[in-house]
Design a protein around this ligand. Sequence first.
Ligand code: CS2
Length: 503
Amino acid sequence: MTHRPRLSLLTDVVGPASRPAYDPGRHGCGIVHLGAGAFHRAHQADYTDAALAAGGGDWRIVGVSLRGHEVADALNPQHGLYTLIERDAAGARAKVIGSIERIVAASREPAALMRQLAAPATRIVTMTVTEKAYGIDRATMTADPDHPAVAADLAKPAQPTGVLGVLTEALRLRRAAGAEPFTVLCCDNLPDNGGFVRAGVIDFARRSDPALAEWIAANVAFPSSMVDRITPASTQRTLDDALQLTGCVDRAAVETEPFRQWVIEDQFPSGRPAWEAGGALFVDDVHPYETMKLRMLNGSHSMLAYAGFLTGRRYVRDTVGQNGFRALIARHLGAAASTLQPLPGIGLDAYAADVLARFANPAIAHETRQIAMDGTEKLPQRLLAPAVELLAKGADIRPFAFAVAAWMRYCLGRFDDGAAYALNDPREAEIAKAVSSVRTPSDIGRALHDLPRLFPERLRSDPQWLDAVSSQLELMLANGMNAAIASELAGSSDHGDATSFRR
Ligand code: CS2
């Protein structure tokens, strides 16, 4: 007789996975989360699970997919339950997470989304929608009317589909009903993410309802937060392992690393879950933590993603592992660390060593192309801001020039052997146009530096920076990315280990 896996609800796990240490059905929902992708399920939902187990409360989550419906179709028949697999060299461990009640696919049920956001029980709206979804111009801190979702929502504010439109309309409904506002907690990898979303929402509201904008400015809390957990996209293997570890078919399983970090500004006027039970750190000012994470982890991630992808390394672990360019990553971590203020309780050398060890995790298959996507949204905070600071100090800019040149090389859309790949960037058409008629490395560099609203003026106009980038790009184009990496490694042999750099 063949063994048929049960299509069970993960309520009666038969494998080694742990179950929620509380009865999910006894807790109401207090959070709406926009962007219920793998990262949310591996991070905030895990912390909320720990908070429910330790502190109880009506803090379960209604997740929202603003565009697709795959997550809703997978998770809702499982009553929101799913398996979270943590992997490292020692093996895989699984737990069933109970903090998500259901997923609303907004494109299918727009009224259900607005109802949930307007419900007085909803006290916090969290979000991981990726950098490109906001439509906020950081230079002016205003809503960008050219962003497709912003444009659509400005035209029809009562039927919003994008982040700013949805938050503004929900706050309008609450104000009209005399309900308390919710707290807005951004969990995307953006500097000052609370202030950023606050400025975008207030500006969006101002365009149709200035009184609402004033009410939001006076009444809504937008704490900032720094999130961290390396979470590759789920694959068939994730689902197979979930079946093995739980004895149940799970179409919404996610996998991640053991490490997790969440640093949050403690401004929750309508209360919050006991996220500290999962290890969240509540602080007055998130800024130094987020700068460290964006510049060290995310900055070196981007660098290795471009360099690794172009040398045919499919996974991050291959860039650090045997024959990898570990020393180049260590050099980048050191250069990024040299732009940071000291952080009480965190040694930057140890942080860098941890980041390298996490990148090297042999059990995590994190694709370089996943990190390479959306470069125009990621570069400013990860690479360009620290480069400006180093330039102003007269310090060594080479690591950042290398990383930016690697992005430019990636922007050409072809491997050394001529095979084409998709850039996956919201500005890919503009990028293709900019580089289509230029040939020399310095012209390519100039064309990309001239993309509107991307490079800070300080970099665009500095001959030392422009030279450093175009000479790196020249090497990459003339001899290939492998040779360019080898030449960088030859020039940085004194940085062979992440723990050897000094600030
Ligand atoms: C990565 C991040 O895809 C990317 O750009 O750098 O998603 C990274 O894995 C997370 O920020 C880790 O917390």
